[in-house]
Design a protein around this ligand. Sequence first.
Ligand code: MN
Length: 276
Amino acid sequence: MPRGAAPGAGDERQGASPYALAAPSILEAPAAWRAIDFISDLHLSELMPATFAAFAAHLERTDADAVFVLGDLFELWVGDDARHEPFARRCVQVLAQASARCHLAIMGGNRDFLMGQALLAESGACALVDPTLLVAFGQRVLLTHGDAMCIADHAYQAFRRQVREPAWLRGFLSRPLGERLALAREIRKASDTRRQFDGEGSADVDAATAMALMREAGATTLVHGHTHRPGSETWSGGFVRHVLTDWDLDAGKRAEVLRFTAAGLRRIAPAAAPAD
Ligand code: MN
């Protein structure tokens, strides 16, 4: 993720609305690709070993040409200097092995927007800008994490703008790693973290905001995560949005991949590790 510039900085449309989003980056899939996997909200942490195992198995076994992670791969990412921590190293190893056999693209979410070039380089992954217009199989799909479009949650949007200010980022990242990791543990201990930081039980993506961006991008399909409310629905005007599921195979029992092929989008189970 680029550092030093808040998303939308330099975009004069910011003046029009405090919630105006940056114009989508455009990504054209190579003609040889046959399948792209979308996943998000894995919230990887050492406290969720079954979820990590399912994620590792999918990345090792998927037959897709590309895996796109639409944010919140990590429960919390406090800066790329944390990539040498034991659990983070295991994650990087899984990502690096996957990126050696397929295209791996990672978007920052509200919990891991501090992922940077060092982590991506070691993982062999490409940065996926939020939002991105993906052109593949003759179709145009708008990809976003989703939190920027949950505009009814004013407190969250204010927080979001604050933590993306270059000065705030510099200040946070200049704190010792141990201090940032301790803060992450504190946040995780709070029982309602998911409720507090994600859309779960609170605001949804604002349909008008999303449709305006889709219209601008010439896309009628939106794929996002963040809200942990998986499902697909058709909006007025023929717009369709697909919400990815979060992954939880420890406390809960759900994990799913949205697979994109020439035939469209369908939900599939993650590729499983062989039973032993
Ligand atoms: Mn999120």
